[in-house]
Each structure stands twice: as C-alpha cells, then as structure tokens.
Design a binder for this molecule. Sequence first.
Ligand code: LLP
Length: 471
Amino acid sequence: MSAHEAGSLHARGRVPAWLEVPADVNALLPALWPGSALKAADGVLRVGGMAATDIAAQVGTPAYVVDEDDFRARARAFADAFAAAFAPLAGARVHYAAKALISVGIARWLAEDGLAVDVCTGGELEIVRLGGIAPEAVAFHGSNQSDAELSRAMALGVGLIVIDSLAEIGQVARLAAAGDWRADVMLRCSIGIEAHTHEFIATAHEDQKFGLSAADGSVAEGVRRLAAEPRLRLRGLHSHIGSQIFDTDAFAQAVRRLAGLTAGIEREHGLRLAELGLGGGFGVAYTTGHDPLDPAAIAGQLARQVEAEFKAVGAGVPHVTVEPGRAVAGPAGLTLYTVGVVKPVALGGGFTRLYVSVDGGMSDNIRTALYGADYSATLASRRSSAPPRLARVVGKHCESGDIVVKDEYLPADIAAGDLLAVPVTGAYCHSMSSNYNSVPRPPVVGVKDGLATVLVRRETVDDLLARDLYA
Ligand code: LLP
C-alpha cells in the first residue's frame, strides 16, 4: 500500500469536476459555513464565538453544531424577503419546514422570531407546540396521516391542513365531525413537473406518491368532495415540486400550472381560492459546485411570476405560503467529528485514495449514501503545513457505503485525534439520523456569543436499551 504524498496528482479522472485543489488547505471555502465561522492563525475552526476544540471538549464528538444567529438570520431573511416582495400583492407567509431540523429549543427560536411552521407528523407537531409556536401558525402536511395525528392537529387548532389524497378528505371530514372541529384545508396537487434534483426528493412529477393528480381529474374531484363538507373550508391549492432545486424555471412552470388550475376551479365552482402554497425546495450550496439564489431573489422572482400568471388567467392574485427547510437549517449547521483510522488505499494505476475514518458516519448523515450527496470537510483543530491530499471521509459503520464526504482535499498529515468539520449538515442529517449498528445519535448543540447550549443531548447506550424489554 502506498501513501503517496502527491495522491491528488494521480487522481485525474477520479475527481469530480467541481473539486479544485485548494491553494491553502487550511482555508474555509466561502459560502459553505455559517456567518460566524472563521479560522484564526492557529487553524482552529471557530463558530458562534466558540473554538471547535472547546465544543468537542464540552460535548464530545460527533456533534451537530448549529449557529443560532445564522439559523435565525436565514429564517428571518426568508420571512422578510417574502413579506416585502408580496406586500404589493396579497401578502405571503413563510412556514419553516420542521422536517429539516427541529427540537423544542429550535422551535422556540422560530416562535420568538414570529415564524410559522410546517409539520408533517404528530411528533413534529408536539415539538413545535412545546416550543411555543401558536397552533394557528402551524400547517399540517403529510401523506398517510393517522386518525390520531389529524385529530390532534384539529384539536389544537392548526391553521391549515394540507390534504394529500382523496381518501384523506373523507378521513378529515369524519374526524372533524367526531370532534366538532372545523378546518381550513389546502389540496396538495401533483402537477407533472420534473424538477432537476435527485429522484427521491422530486415530488410533483406523476409517478410518485404525493398529492392529487391534476392530470387525472383528482384535483377537480377533491374540490367537488370538499364542497360537500361543511366543516372543511378549501383555502387553495398547494404544490411542492421537490427539494434542493436551483432550477427557477421549474418554479415558474409550477406557478403557471397552479394559476391555470385555480382559475378553472374558481370558474367551475364559483369559489375564490385566496391561498396558494408553493412548498419549499430552495437549493443550498453543499460544495463550490452549487450556486444558490438568496431569499430576496427567490421571493422577487416568485412574486413576479405569481402576479403575471394569475392575472393572465383572470384569477385573483392569492396570498402565498412557502416552506423552506434546507435553505434555513442546512448552512447554519456543521458536524464535528474526531478522526480515527487513516488508511491509504491503492486503487491501481498509481492512484491512492486516502480513507479518513471519523467517529460517526451514515447514522448521523445518510444523505451521501441515500442521494449520492456531495459534502466538503476541513481540519478543525489545528493548522497544517502539509500539502493537500485527495481524501474520502468515511464512518464507523459496517458497510462500504458508509461515506460522509466522497471527495475532498485534506492536509496530507491528517491523523487520529484531529477534529474534522463537515459544513451544511444542519438540514436532514439529525432529522434523518438512525441507530444503525446500535450507534447512539449525536447531540444537537447551539452556539452563540461564545457559549454552547445543548439543545438535544447525546443518546446513550442506556437510551437504546431502555426500549429493549428483554434488557
Ligand atoms: N414542504 C413540503 C411539503 C415538503 O415535502 C418539503 C420537503 C419541504 C416543504 C421542505 O423542503 P426543503 O426546503 O427543505 O427542500 N431528505 C431529503 C429532503 C426531503 C424533503 C422532503 N420534503 C434530503 O435530505 O435532501
């Protein structure tokens, strides 16, 4: 096995096109880190005024670290941008998508900042309720909701229920009658748009489980059935075309189709659909290969499209909701790991890949294995003067797909005991974490003004055993 210092020079053809050899392997790539992140001369990563070494000493590794100010600034930036762009129209409201990352503490930040929230299970609903989000500021979404979840949502008085199937109309109506509740609802529509993203996170094309199809008449049938339900008030149509989308044309097409559908329904049923849900899905930069729009650009574009398309079909311009999750939580978070085994693996042709193992892996970040997602990483505990070397960051799980970062240049002298930080792990990492191999899940730690606050504590083996009734 060869540990060729110049591994990167032998890597031609095996390195993704967007990955450049860094001029300084210690430097942080701009745009991938929370606003407060920096490295001083000692090379130690600092975030929220705290050194990565101090965070690791306080809470251990692996740990999800969230820059509180950065998270809150991103959420407020969406809220402010949509309020401003849609003020001349019928207004807009931002619902943070809790599935990206939520805890009671995080819900409290959102409540303090006046954000509304989108939840899709009874579990998320209880968390945001405990965090102080007012029920009327909650939209309850999902597919295949249980009677218990829908009843709980109506008993609390959530602001909106987004209906995902014809069957759910009857279900919500039956539960509303049983509990003597009323509900404002939207119909989630599948409008035949193929957004350019991974198949598992594209959601409005035809061959997938979400929504009522516009093409086969299910949307029209849903409107008819709702008209016969006195306890349910149809507020409008909803569509979420997918996630990690940069393609603004896809959103433009969605607005056009929703405008057409809305106008048709308004004419046929003599209704006014005053609300339009455009979902979330706004892409973030995981690497230098991505170039996302900022909230003001997104809001401005959507406002122009909504105004033009609804006016074009003679429908009233609706009040709009959007549901960003990833674009708020993703870049505000990073994961801190401790490096263990470092293993150069010769692949033939003079190419050696440096496998850098960390103390977590696919149980704390499944996105690389599940979607082939790209990430980046940096040495977080010291400065290195070694040359950059092409590396792959892997975890401690028992399978070869246990990859955290497929390709990254790390200092050639990276070694056991070093801290490694992976940026843009705020969204869909903690929320999709598992106990694979009975590995306890990492804590979620908020950092701000030089203080670390544990929002969700580290799981322990005792926690795992607590559910095992034979333990
Ligand atoms: N609204 C609805 C109805 C959704 O289904 C979703 C995401 C969102 C909003 C928020 O989308 P965002 O702004 O976060 O892209 N686990 C995948 C993402 C799945 C998203 C599911 N729905 C991932 O890690 O990429």
